[in-house]
Design a protein around this ligand. Structure first.
Ligand code: HEC
Length: 259
C-alpha cells in the first residue's frame, strides 16, 4: 500500500516536472528560437525569430493573456502564414514555422505558453527595439524628400508590406496586384526625385563653404523646393491610391500601426 502510494507520488512528481514551462521551452523550442535576448548583431543571423521578438508581437496583436496563450498553442500545432502576427517580411525571410505536432503536446504547450507570457519579452529587448525604431524614424526623416513628415501622413506602402500576408488584414490577390503597382510607381518616382535633389543640395553646401553670397544659391533653393513639392505630391497620391484599393475595415486595421 505504502509502496503503491509512493510510486503514485513519484509519477505525479514526474508529471509536474514535465509541465515545467521553462524546461519544456528549452527542450522543445530552443533548437530554433533563441531564448536569451539577442543583441543587434545576433538579430541579423537567426534561423527563427528570437522568443523575445515572437512574444513581443503576440502581445502587440492580442490584448488578453488568454488570447495570447490560445494563439501560441494553436500556432505551434497549426502554423499558417495568414495567422501569423509577426511582420510578413520576417515570415518570408525565415519561412513559415514547421508544425510541432508530435514534438510537443497541447498540455505541454499550455505550460510553455504560460511561461512565455509571464517572462517575455525581456525589458532590455523592448528597450532595444524601441531604440532601433527611433533610429529608423530619424534615418527616414533625414533621408526624406517630403515636405510633410508628420505621423498623420504615413508611409502607407511600408506599413502594408509589414502586414502583407496577415489574415487579420485579409488582402485579396487582386488587391495585392493593384497595391504592388502603386508601390512600384511610388518608389520609382521618389527615387528619381531624390537623385535630382542630391547634387542640388551638395551644390548649396559647397557654395556656403566657399563663402558665396547666400543670394546666389536662391535659384538652387527654388529648384530644391519644387522637387520636394513633386515628391510630396507623389507621396499623397500614393496614400490616396492605396486607401482607395483598401476597404474601410482594412484601413481601420492599419490605423493603430500608423506611426
Ligand atoms: C524547426 C524550427 C522551429 C521550432 C522547433 C520551433 N519554431 Fe516557432 N518558429 C519558427 C520559425 C522559422 C518561425 C517564423 C515564421 C513564422 O512565424 O511562422 C517561428 C515562429 C513562431 C511563432 C510566431 C508566429 C507568428 O508568425 O505570429 C510562435 C508563437 C512560435 N514560433 C512558437 C514556438 C514554440 C512555443 C516552440 C516550441 C514548442 C517553437 N516555436 C518551436 C521555427 C521553429
Amino acid at each position: 500500500m505504502l509502496k503503491r502510494s509512493l510510486s503514485l507520488l513519484m509519477i505525479s512528481a514526474v508529471a509536474l516536472m514535465a509541465m515545467d514551462g521553462k524546461q519544456l521551452l528549452q527542450k522543445k523550442c530552443a533548437s530554433c528560437h533563441m531564448l536569451e535576448s539577442p543583441n543587434f548583431f545576433q538579430l541579423q543571423k537567426l534561423k527563427a525569430p528570437a522568443m523575445d521578438a515572437v512574444v513581443f508581437h503576440v502581445k502587440l496583436a492580442k490584448e488578453k493573456p488568454e488570447a495570447q496563450k490560445a494563439f501560441i498553442v494553436d500556432y505551434v500545432l497549426d502554423p499558417d502564414v495568414s495567422k501569423s502576427v509577426c511582420e510578413s517580411n520576417k515570415v518570408a525571410k525565415f519561412g513559415v514555422m514547421p508544425s510541432q505536432k508530435g514534438n510537443v503536446t497541447k498540455a505541454e504547450l499550455e505550460a510553455i505558453a504560460a511561461y512565455l507570457i509571464a517572462t517575455y519579452p525581456h525589458k532590455d529587448f523592448v528597450a532595444m527595439i524601441k531604440e532601433v525604431q527611433a533610429n529608423d524614424k530619424i534615418r527616414a526623416l533625414t533621408d526624406s524628400p517630403f515636405l510633410i513628415n508628420s505621423e498623420n501622413v504615413p508611409h502607407l506602402t511600408k506599413l502594408l508590406i509589414k502586414h502583407w500576408d496577415k489574415g487579420a488584414l485579409g488582402l485579396t490577390a487582386e488587391q495585392k496586384k493593384k497595391l504592388l503597382v502603386i508601390r512600384k510607381e511610388t518608389l520609382s518616382a521618389v527615387k528619381q526625385i531624390k537623385a535630382k535633389l542630391k547634387p542640388l543640395e551638395d551644390e548649396v553646401a559647397e557654395a556656403m563653404i566657399d563663402r558665396e553670397d547666400p543670394k546666389r544659391v536662391t535659384p538652387l533653393l527654388e529648384k530644391i523646393a519644387k522637387l520636394k513639392i513633386e515628391a510630396t505630391k507623389v507621396h499623397l497620391k500614393c496614400i490616396a491610391d492605396t486607401t482607395s484599393v483598401l476597404t474601410e475595415e482594412q484601413v481601420a486595421y492599419l490605423l493603430p500601426f500608423w506611426e
